[in-house]
Design a protein around this ligand. Sequence first.
Ligand code: 5GP
Ligand code: ZN
Length: 120
Amino acid sequence: MDRSPDSYSCAFCKIVSGEAPAQVVYRDDSLTAFRDTHPFASTHILIVPNRHIASVNDLDEGEQVLVGQMVWVAKKLAASEGLSARGYRLLINTGEHGGQTVFHLHLHLLGGPLARLALK
Ligand code: 5GP
Ligand code: ZN
């Protein structure tokens, strides 16, 4: 796996590489999705790029497609988790004021009644 220096101390890089355990629900060449260990809603899944990108601030122009893929996978997982009809929240926290605590880009997929309230 292609690894940047930052990735060696990154919790989500370790999940992507299989070094750390997680309930993985989706994986392809670009993305991995797994359940959040401290869920804020009955369904709480994190969708992350396999490559270490710290945050939205660190995205390059060429990574626009990757962000689109993250939303597409969220839509597919929402369907397979039975969330499509009632709806769900997609959330990307960025930086200190955005409430980001893990600096590996991730899209939260929140579903169930509490998703309406969960802004993290
Ligand atoms: P943030 O606040 O950065 O947007 O969200 C980070 C999320 O990652 C939090 O909801 C937190 O519960 C989750 N999280 C942090 N460490 C781990 C971990 O090691 N495994 C999993 N599955 N989730 C984690
Ligand atoms: Zn990482």
